[in-house]
Design a protein around this ligand. Structure first.
Ligand code: GDP
Ligand code: MG
Length: 176
């Protein structure tokens, strides 16, 4: 059987660990400094629930409150990973702004989304509780995962979660 193709965008404020999560998942290593301006697409084949997927992960340079939602990210994507870091309240605000813009652009009620709280290894600096993250994801009807790209904790789970969210919506690209 041919593999199912899935295209996923990684979005969030700068420095939350979008690139680190992708590189940890695809290459199995933690890179300490990765050029924050690079927008790369990574491909990985994975098998989940006896289905073979070809996953294309599109890394973005990051968004802030002033970013206009890029038109190219509103089309052609099966799902979105929205990342904040648990030690940054600002990044938690930004993820909500991105979500609002995303829904406006995609114009569909259900968009497969996983909300990710990264950098759990920095628990001494935690600003956003697990409960707060969970509550936001529930409001969105999205999946929620806390991760550490550095320690490779729950990174695989998080990418599995987005594939499952997409599967729940049948893998259709949301209508415009
Ligand atoms: P991006 O701008 O969202 O792509 O963020 P990067 O992946 O470039 O990461 C920004 C900084 O945070 C880098 O210095 C990373 O090494 C660091 N970083 C990323 N993930 C983690 C993590 O899980 N824990 C810790 N402690 N640092 C992280
Ligand atoms: Mg990056």
């Amino acid at each position: 059987m041919p593999s199912k193709q899935r295209k996923i965008a990684m979005m969030g404020y700068r420095s939350v660990g979008k690139s680190s999560l992708i590189i940890q998942f695809v290459e199995g290593q933690f890179v300490d400094s990765y050029d924050p301006t690079i927008e790369n697409t990574f491909t990985k084949f994975i098998r989940l629930n006896s289905t073979e997927y070809e996953v294309k992960l599109v890394d973005t340079a990051g968004q802030d409150e002033y970013s206009i939602f890029p038109l190219q990210y509103s089309m052609d994507f099966h799902g979105y990973v929205l990342v904040y870091s648990i030690n940054s309240s600002k990044s938690f605000q930004i993820v909500q702004i991105i979500y609002d813009k995303l829904l406006d652009m995609v114009g569909k009620i259900h968009v497969p989304i996983v909300l990710v709280g990264n950098k759990t290894d920095l628990h001494l600096e935690r600003k956003i509780s697990t409960e707060e993250g969970k509550r936001l994801a529930e409001k969105w009807k999205a999946a929620f995962v806390e991760t550490s790209a550095k320690r490779n904790e729950s990174v695989t789970d998080m990418f599995h979660a987005i594939l499952q969210e997409i599967e729940r919506s049948d893998g259709h690209i949301p209508d415009k």
